[in-house]
Design a protein. Structure first.
Length: 656
């Protein structure tokens, strides 16, 4: 099995695990115990690569493909095409053919045609979800080159448009549709035969994927039209007037056409400055909205306050075209380091004499952690804010000053961020209930008096020499690797000592493609499922068992990789958490104790006994995490209650 250039298609251990539907630890066991398992053809000792054809043959011969997902077998061959455009066009071509629509794309090569044919068979057999599977994989593989609206945000944008409009639309337009995420959300929410879905995209591959996606969702309907080109320079839907326009336009595109479009009739609110391309998209969206139409755009926060755009912002406010501005939490969408804004627009009535108010909602501190966004909390906060419960409607006259700053944080009272809300009360109560439940379980345990003779123990070093586990050392990241303080889709955590000691979410991330390349080059070390990670520099036990999340092992870490037929990882973690164990294995020659992991000791137990002890260790760790959560949520409640007292919004309930 080779790619288009004649090079054998290779897969990693993680990809083999996905193909077979098992854990990476299971694949590692096959490789250690079965001499017939294929040998690596490329890569390194820490990141071997195996020929896909040989792996598939071995899996079939050993009965490991009975329940496999055949999509996992096809994806490595698509990825082996080695280019973003090639794999994307194959996915798009298969999707369009499944929908019975001709795709206007460059001719595919023989290798691409073969893959498109196989993918078409899978889509025909399994439906649109299979197309979505390959689209998501393609996006993840090219995450650094692409920017896509996260599905929960796309659904929120569509829901906001419906609420503002007050009814389901007949025509929906996205003039910069990317891979069609917003169009897909609109189609899913307003699935009617009459719905007309229009899109435009300047990237040929994204255009093809969006066209295939909408065609599949609309079952080949002629009411789904996605056209190529830049909507600002060459509007393919110039005659359209849509009930709803949704858009996540490109950011900071200074070459948007300022000179050539200087006299364009779309600039009703003024010619957008060269440095304000996003405002050009705002005016374009307004120009394509039908009477009574609604528009929702995702924009960078600077658009709300840059001096160059204040004239256009003033006109939008005065004419009633701007309905609301919502600040989203950091991490809601790319670029993930910014608190992006949603602007809600509407077509002013012909006899409009000035809108009274603009709504502002600040959700920038709602539902966000270092690793994710709680979209249910964000959605509730945004929709409640638009209805007046936790936002603020600001009179137009108060906005029309010398700055016309539309940043929500400037207009929403601070107390709305700090006041204790019902979800916070219930969240704290849930943690307390979980703590009580676990405490009741612990009450059935007892700590017996020590036996006369000490229990027999062994060291980690002894287990390593016996082949029962392997010790893998973490390493410092090369300075050349680009890092992020917040996760992008597919990003991989970097585990640092401070994170492990605090038991907190990671503070450093690497993009998926960066991790893949660095791992293959031997520049980083990855923790695997069931590894027991130990901090080598610690004054107290700092241990973590790797569950289902891969992460990069930073410096001063060791991963103890057990043979699961001999050692239970949770039992190992439980033993290593004992303070006395860490003290006796530490070197106290400096202010910080450096742990020699080979000297750490474990009880000599049978595997069955280890597993029973490991279950107890797992419960202890869960109890520790609940205590951390209770402290964090309790501190948040205390702050909120204090703010509510200060603002006079805290009252006792009258139960008479």
């Amino acid at each position: 099995m080779v790619d288009g250039g004649g090079t054998p298609v290779t897969v990693t251990l993680a990809e083999i695990a996905r193909i077979a539907g098992v854990s990476r630890a299971a694949v590692g066991n096959w490789r250690r115990r079965r001499h017939s398992f294929p040998v690596p053809v490329r890569g390194s000792d820490s990141s071997p690569l195996f020929e896909l054809a040989a792996v598939e043959k071995w899996l079939r011969e050993n009965g490991k493909l009975a329940d496999t997902d055949h999509r996992e077998l096809l994806w490595p061959r698509l990825e082996a095409l080695g280019e973003r455009e090639g794999a994307g066009l194959v996915v798009a071509a298969a999707g369009m053919r499944a929908a019975g629509v001709e795709l206007e794309t460059p001719d595919l090569s023989a290798a691409q045609e073969q893959l498109a044919s196989e993918l078409l068979s899978l889509i025909v057999a399994d439906g649109a979800p299979t197309f979505e599977f390959f689209l998501r994989r393609w996006q993840q593989a090219n995450a650094r080159q692409l920017s896509s609206t996260p599905p929960p945000l796309a659904r929120l944008i569509v829901e906001m448009a419906e609420i503002e409009r007050g009814a389901a639309p007949v025509t929906v337009l996205d003039p910069a549709c990317g891979n069609g995420e917003l169009l897909a959300a609109a189609t899913e929410r307003w699935e009617t035969e009459e719905l007309k879905v229009l899109g435009q995209e300047r990237d040929p591959v994204l255009k093809a994927l969006a066209a295939a996606r909408t065609a599949l969702m609309r079952r080949g309907s002629r009411n789904a039209v996605v056209r190529p080109g830049d909507a600002l320079r060459a509007d393919a839907h110039a005659d359209a007037r849509a009930d709803v326009v949704v858009c996540s336009p490109p950011f900071n595109d200074r070459a948007w056409g300022h000179e050539e479009l200087a006299t364009d009739p779309r600039w009703v609110h003024g010619l957008p400055p060269r440095t304000e391309p996003e405002l050009a998209w705002v005016e374009h969206v307004l120009a394509r909205m039908a009477p009574g139409g609604t528009g929702v755009l995702l924009l960078p926060p600077a658009v709300a306050s840059r001096r160059a755009g204040r004239g256009i912002r003033s006109s939008l406010v005065r004419t009633g075209a701007l309905r609301a501005v919502i600040a989203l939490p950091v991490g809601a969408a790319s670029p993930y380091s910014l608190s992006l804004h949603l602007w809600v627009l509407r077509t002013p009535a012909a006899d409009h004499r000035g809108e009274d108010e603009v709504a502002f909602v600040d959700a920038s501190r709602i539902g966000a952690t270092r690793s994710s966004v709680d979209w249910s909390l964000v959605r509730r906060h945004v929709l409640n804010g638009l209805s007046g419960r936790n936002g603020r409607a600001v009179p137009v006259v108060d906005l029309l000053d010398s700055e016309v700053d539309l940043t929500p944080g400037r207009h929403v009272p601070t107390r709305s961020e700090s006041v204790v809300t019902e979800p916070e009360w219930s969240s704290f109560g849930h943690v307390l209930a979980s703590l009580t439940e676990m405490w009741n379980e612990f009450s059935d345990l007892e700590i017996a008096e020590p036996a006369g003779a000490e229990r027999a123990t062994t060291t980690v070093g002894d287990l390593q020499r016996a082949g029962a586990l392997t010790i893998v050392s973490g390493q410092a990241l090369p300075d050349s690797l680009p890092r992020s303080r917040s996760p992008e889709p597919g990003a991989v955590q970097v585990l640092l000592v401070a994170d492990l000691l605090a038991g907190s979410e990671p503070t450093t991330w690497l993009a998926e493609d960066v991790v893949r390349a660095a791992h293959e080059a031997g520049e980083i070390v990855l923790a695997e499922e069931n590894d027991v990670v130990v901090a080598a520099l610690s004054r107290r036990p700092a241990v973590r068992v790797v569950a289902d999340t891969t992460f990069v092992l930073g410096p001063q870490h060791f991963a103890l990789r057990p043979d699961l037929s001999m050692v239970d990882p949770w039992f190992v973690a439980g033993c290593l958490r004992a303070p006395s164990n860490v003290r006796q294995a530490g070197s106290h020659s400096s202010a910080a104790s450096r742990v020699d992991v080979r000297k750490l000791r474990l009880l000599n137990l049978t595997l069955a006994e280890q597993r029973r002890s490991g279950e107890l260790a797992k419960n202890v760790e869960a109890f520790e995490q609940l205590l951390r959560d209770a402290r964090k949520k309790g501190e948040e409640l205390v702050k909120g209650l204090g703010e509510a007292l200060f603002t006079g919004t805290l009252h006792e309930i009258d139960r008479s």
